[in-house]
Design a protein around this ligand. Structure first.
Ligand code: RAM
Length: 555
C-alpha cells in the first residue's frame, strides 16, 4: 500500500512537473541556442565626455520635484581643480548613455600617502540622484541603484569601472583622502555602447516639431535598449522580456531595421523553452543564456508568436519561420487546453505559478483582457500558419476563435452602456476596451463608442504604463479614431518630453509623477523599451501623425 502510494505520488509529481519528461524540443534546443549565439551582434562604442557641471534645484514644478541647472564647464570646474576642494560635483553628459565609465586622477601636491575613496552615483533622472535611498523602501533590490564606492590606491592611472551603467547624470563625492597630499580628477569619459546602428527612417519635412521630438526620444529609447539582446531597460531589468520584445520589434521596423537582433532573440527564447515547450517570460544572457527559472507569463509567451509573425513579415525569412513554427504551435495548443466548453479562457487551468501581465496599474482587472489576448494569439498564429502554408490542418483554431469572440461578448459586453466590463466587480477600464478591439471582438462604431465612453467616465481605470498605453493607441487607430489617437500620443508621450525626458519612462501617469510598480520611483527605469512605440505609430501612419496641425485639422 505504502509502495503504491509512493508510486502514485511520483507519477503525479512527474506529471505536474512536465508533460514531456524528456523535454519537448530537446532535439532542437542546442541548435537553436547555437543559432542565437552566432547572431550575437557587435556593439559599436563611442566615448562621451560630460557637457556641463550642474547643481540640483528642488522645484515643485519639475518632474519628481528636481531639476538641474548648469553652472559651467567640466574643463573649468573639475579637471583643473583640487578635488579635495570640490568634495562633491554633479556632471551632465547631455543625453542618456549606456556603457562603461573610466576616470583618471593626477597628483597636484606632494605624493600619495593613503588611498582615496570616492562614491560615484549614476542616475537617469535628476530625482534619482537627489532622493535619499536609505533606509531602503523599494520592493526590488537596493542593488539596482547605480552607486559605487571606489578606492584608488595608485593615483595617476586610468581606472575603468567594471559595472555597466545607464545614466545621464553622474554625482561624484569624496569619501576619504589624506591631509598630506592633493589631487585632481583630470579626465573622465564614458564608453557608450549599443548594437542599434543608424536610424534608417526619416519623418516628412513638415512633421510638427512636437511629433518629431517624440519620435527622436522614442528612437533614442529603443537604441539604448538594443544591446546584445532587446533589453527592457539598460538600468533595470537589463534582460530580454517577451512582451517588451514584441513592441521593440514593431518600433525597430520603423527605425533601425535590425532584424537580425529580432531573429537572435526569437531563437534564444526557443532554445530556452521549458520541458513542456513553453516560451519563458524573460531571459538572461550571462554567464550563459538561461531563463528566469519558473517564470511563465502566458500572455507574454503568446507575444513571442506575434513577434515571429512580425519578423516573418519584415524579412520573408521562411527558413527561420519554419524552423520555429513548432514552438508557436505549441503555445497555442497550451492556450487551447485552458479554454472551457463555454469558450472562455480559464486561467486556473494553466498550472500553478503561471502569471499574466497587462499593466502595472493597481487594481486593474485583467479577466476580459486575457480572453481578448488569447483570441488575438490564436488569430495571429493562424495568420502565420497561413503564410507558411500550414493552416489546412488548423481550421479548428478558426472555429475556436469565433466561439471565444462570441463568449467574450456574452461574458463581458454591457449592451446598455456600450462597453466591456471585467471581473466580478464589472470594472470599466480603457485597457479592456483596447484588447477587445485588438482581438476583433468589437469594431467600427461599436469600438469607437466603447473607447469614448471609457474615456469620458471619471471612474475608468486608465493605463499606468506606456506599455498599456501602446495597446490603447493601437485600438484607437484600428477603430478609426485618428484624431483622438493623435491627440493622445501628443498629450501622453509629449507630456514626458515636456517634463524633460530624453528617453521614455517605464511608468508614466500624467497626474502622478511618482507612480511606481516598486513602491519607490527611483527604482523605475527611465529608459524603457516598451515606451518607445510612438516610433511605430508616427512612422506607420504618417498621414495621421506627421501632417502639420492645420493640415490635419485637429488640435
Ligand atoms: C518589469 C519590467 C519589464 C516587464 C515586466 C512584466 O519587470 O518592466 O519590462 O516586461 O515587468
Amino acid at each position: 500500500m505504502k509502495a503504491l502510494r509512493f508510486l502514485m505520488a511520483t507519477l503525479f509529481l512527474t506529471a505536474a512537473v512536465s508533460l514531456f519528461p524528456h523535454g519537448l524540443f530537446n532535439q532542437s534546443k542546442a541548435r537553436w541556442l547555437e543559432t542565437a549565439a552566432n547572431l550575437t551582434p557587435p556593439l559599436t562604442s563611442v566615448d562621451v565626455r560630460p557637457v556641463a557641471v550642474v547643481v540640483p534645484v528642488n522645484d515643485k514644478s519639475a518632474y519628481q520635484h528636481w531639476r538641474y541647472d548648469s553652472i559651467g564647464l567640466p574643463e573649468d570646474l573639475l579637471f583643473s581643480r583640487s578635488f579635495k576642494d570640490i568634495k562633491s560635483i554633479t556632471l551632465d553628459f547631455g543625453r542618456h548613455l549606456t556603457g562603461y565609465f573610466s576616470f583618471r586622477t593626477k597628483i597636484l601636491f606632494r605624493c600619495q600617502d593613503a588611498p582615496v575613496r570616492f562614491r560615484f552615483f549614476f542616475g537617469e533622472t535628476p530625482a534619482e540622484l537627489n532622493t535619499p535611498l536609505d533606509p531602503w523602501c523599494g520592493s526590488l533590490s537596493r542593488a539596482w541603484m547605480q552607486d559605487e564606492v571606489v578606492t584608488v590606491t595608485d593615483i595617476g592611472n586610468v581606472i575603468d569601472l567594471k559595472r555597466r551603467f545607464a545614466f545621464r547624470y553622474l554625482k561624484i563625492e569624496l569619501l576619504g583622502a589624506s591631509d598630506d597630499f592633493d589631487f585632481a580628477i583630470d579626465d573622465l569619459y564614458f564608453r557608450s555602447v549599443s548594437s542599434a546602428g543608424d536610424n534608417k527612417c526619416s519623418l516628412s519635412s513638415d512633421c510638427p516639431a512636437v511629433v518629431r521630438a517624440i519620435n527622436d526620444v522614442g528612437v533614442a529609447t529603443l537604441g539604448e535598449c538594443m544591446q546584445t539582446v532587446f533589453e527592457d531597460g539598460p538600468k533595470r531589468d537589463r534582460r530580454l522580456w517577451a512582451g517588451d520584445m514584441y513592441l521593440q520589434t514593431l518600433a525597430n521596423r520603423y527605425s533601425f531595421r535590425n532584424f537580425e537582433l529580432t531573429r537572435r532573440c526569437l531563437y534564444l527564447f526557443a532554445g530556452l523553452t521549458d520541458d513542456d515547450g513553453r516560451v519563458m517570460s524573460n531571459i538572461f544572457e550571462y554567464p550563459a543564456p538561461h531563463p528566469q527559472y519558473g517564470s511563465v507569463c502566458m500572455n507574454y509567451s503568446w507575444l513571442w508568436n506575434s513577434t515571429l509573425l512580425e519578423y516573418f513579415k519584415d524579412t520573408a525569412d521562411s527558413s527561420t519561420a519554419h524552423d520555429l513554427w513548432p514552438v508557436a504551435q505549441r503555445q497555442i495548443e497550451m492556450l487551447i487546453d485552458c479554454v472551457g466548453d463555454d469558450g472562455l479562457f480559464d486561467k486556473n487551468r494553466a498550472g500553478a505559478g503561471v502569471w499574466y501581465f497587462f499593466d502595472w496599474r493597481d487594481g486593474f482587472d485583467m479577466d476580459a483582457s486575457l480572453q481578448a489576448a488569447a483570441i488575438f494569439a490564436i488569430d495571429q498564429t493562424y495568420e502565420l500558419a497561413s503564410l507558411l502554408g500550414k493552416s489546412d490542418a488548423l481550421s479548428h483554431w478558426v472555429e475556436l476563435s469565433q466561439k471565444m469572440k462570441h463568449a467574450a461578448r456574452q461574458a463581458f459586453f454591457d449592451k446598455t452602456k456600450g462597453v466591456f466590463l471585467s471581473g466580478a466587480d464589472r470594472q470599466l477600464s480603457l485597457l479592456t476596451q483596447a484588447w477587445m478591439i485588438k482581438a476583433g471582438v468589437a469594431g467600427g462604431q461599436e469600438a469607437r463608442k466603447a473607447i469614448s465612453v471609457a474615456l469620458d467616465c471619471s471612474e475608468t481605470v486608465r493605463p499606468g504604463t506606456p506599455y498599456a498605453t501602446h495597446y490603447l493607441l493601437d485600438a484607437m487607430l484600428i477603430a478609426g479614431m485618428d484624431a483622438e489617437a493623435r491627440g493622445y500620443l501628443i498629450d501622453y508621450w509629449g507630456g514626458m518630453v515636456a517634463k524633460g525626458a530624453d528617453t521614455f519612462w517605464e511608468s508614466y501617469d500624467p497626474n502622478d509623477d511618482f507612480i511606481s510598480a516598486y513602491g519607490f520611483s527611483p527604482l523605475n527605469s527611465a529608459c524603457h523599451a516598451w515606451s518607445c512605440t510612438p516610433v511605430y505609430f508616427i512612422n506607420k501612419y504618417p498621414e495621421i501623425f506627421q501632417k502639420s496641425q492645420s493640415a490635419y485639422g485637429c488640435r
